[in-house]
Design a protein around this ligand. Structure first.
Ligand code: FAD
Length: 378
């Protein structure tokens, strides 16, 4: 029973019994604090809103590099697919180092999503004069739509990404994790640990290390018995859960406090970008980089999330197989987030009724499987 804490205890006994114990400890199983598994109430009448967003995906992975245009340097930091929030501290820190290496103080940042805001904060704190230009600002960016579990996923295609990218990504993932840690439980930032389960119908044997290394996933527990929902395989660990509405709000305020200025503006052409007064431009335009910088490899992976009324008793999250694709549930203070849709190449921003039904029915079916489990909180 891998999830039961075991304690070795010495009970009140005579000296001889104690001596016996010294050679043969009495192992007692702590009483399991099992309670009925708290079920997600996946019902249409509990939906508070359904939102759609487009993940900025590149099959070869994110773009993180400096490009020269005459006397201007553009630092690209876009194309993070389904894990831009996750990787934000990693790639933005590296982009900030590239900006520093130009030796110029004035920096324009294009984009007010998680990548633009993180870059603005880092650069402003390093003494740069930062101006953020964006068509859409918090709370209206794709970053506000994100789930947002700290987990690198939907980032690249394995058969396309180079070995060089995979090595970079491994390091960036570790740096990104380090960047987020100071925010866990910091009042107002909406970042906390959650016990996450990745369940599967297939036993992963051999099991590959989790992205960035297993040590980034505290309490990692690989199970083939007593799994969540009774699936054949489970990877259970603690992961950081980020509520983007809280987090981006604080990030923007922190950047403003550090001196960053914000200007609402849409750029139609590269020429408009190059006409900016700043000699250094950080390109954090997400999917917008396709048109602005002619990146034909950038494509959307459409995602649809339904937010349900809060259930404070739900203190776990999961990703599970479902009919027609994956399903995930992330708990927040403000409600439960149901997701898992991945529409590659799909630009539609309309709510899909079919997908909504798949979510509600799929999560309800998982909750029914949970009826046969007990739940031992960590
Ligand atoms: C349904 C869904 C679930 C997700 N779940 C997760 C998750 O669990 N974990 C995770 O880490 N990530 C998740 N993501 C992915 C994450 O949201 C993205 O990777 C991330 O938001 C990308 O951030 P960004 O700052 O690069 O882009 P964005 O947030 O899209 O910001 C781009 C900015 O650039 C501006 N811009 C673009 N073009 C122009 C232009 N021409 N002129 C002026 N401004 C322009 C925009 O207005 C905006 O301000 C999810 C995404 C979706 C859609």
């Amino acid at each position: 029973m891998p999830h039961l804490a075991r304690r070795t205890v010495l009970l009140g006994m005579g000296a001889s019994a104690l001596a016996a114990c010294a050679s043969q400890p009495v192992t007692m199983t702590a009483l399991p604090l099992a309670r009925p598994f708290p079920k997600v109430l996946s019902q249409r009448d509990r939906i508070t809103r359904t939102v759609v967003g487009l993940r900025p995906f590149r099959p070869q992975g994110f773009r993180l590099e400096a490009e020269r245009f005459g006397d201007k340097t553009v630092i690209h930091n876009y194309g993070h697919g389904g894990c831009g929030v996750t990787l934000s501290w990693g790639t933005s820190q590296r982009a900030a180092v590239m900006a520093g290496e130009t030796g110029r103080l004035d920096v324009a940042i294009l984009g007010g999503g998680v990548m633009g805001l993180t870059s603005a904060l880092i650069l402003a704190r390093r003494g740069h004069a930062v101006t953020v230009y964006a068509e859409l600002m918090h709370p209206n960016t794709t970053s506000n739509i994100a789930g947002a579990l700290w987990l690198p996923s939907s980032l690249y295609d394995r058969d396309v990404a180079s070995e060089e990218f995979l090595r970079l990504n491994w390091q960036v993932t570790r740096e990104a994790h380090r960047g987020f840690l100071p925010y866990v439980n910091r009042p107002g930032y909406g970042v906390s640990w959650v016990q996450h389960s990745e369940v599967s119908n297939r036993v992963r044997d051999p099991r590959w290390a989790l992205p960035g290394g297993d040590d980034l996933y505290p309490d990692l527990d690989v199970r083939t018995t007593e799994t969540r929902f009774g699936f054949p395989y489970e990877e259970r660990y603690h992961a950081m859960m980020i509520d983007p509405d809280y987090y981006l709000d604080m990030l923007m305020k922190d950047a403003q406090l550090a001196g960053a200025k914000f200007i609402a503006r849409r750029f139609e052409t590269l020429e408009e970008v190059l006409a900016l007064p700043q000699p250094v431009v950080a390109n954090c335009t997400g999917l917008g980089a396709a048109k602005l910088f002619g990146d034909e490899t950038l494509m959307p992976i459409r995602g649809q999330l339904s937010h349900l009324l809060p259930q404070p008793e739900i203190d776990y999250s999961y990703t599970a197989p479902g009919t027609g694709g994956a399903l995930y549930m992330f708990p927040r203070k403000t409600g439960l987030v149901l997701g898992g849709s991945h529409g590659r190449g799909d630009f539609s921003m309309d709510v899909s009724e079919e997908e909504l039904t798949r979510m509600i029915d799929g999560h309800a079916a998982l909750a029914e499987r949970a009826a046969f489990s007990t739940w031992v909180p960590n």
